[in-house]
Design a protein around this ligand. Sequence first.
Ligand SMILES: [Zn+2]
Length: 118
Amino acid sequence: MRLLVFCHDCQFEHLRLGTEYDEKNALALYYAPIDEQRVAEFVCARGHKNRLLLEAQLFQVLFDYAVVAFDDGYTREAVASLAACLERFFEFATAAFLRNAGVSMDEGVEAPSHPLAL
Ligand SMILES: [Zn+2]
């Protein structure tokens, strides 16, 4: 999964110098891969190292990808992203419910092998 980002050091440099954002001085955009901790790292063309933390949950990003893929006509990618989105949402909801109940994720709550086995 990748995010479309720009370099913050280059942006600060633009602000410090007071240059206009026109076609000649536009900020370059980069596709940065994002990991499981929602961290994206990349180096811009001018050598600035960037490390970004995505505030949105992964299921939100995957849902956005699914919508964009569907809108672009890539139905298989849309279904795959939506399935991954749903799985991430279940993980997120499970963690939230366990935390609300005062149970740690490390305690290893055993899930039933089948939903009807409750
Ligand atoms: Zn830069």
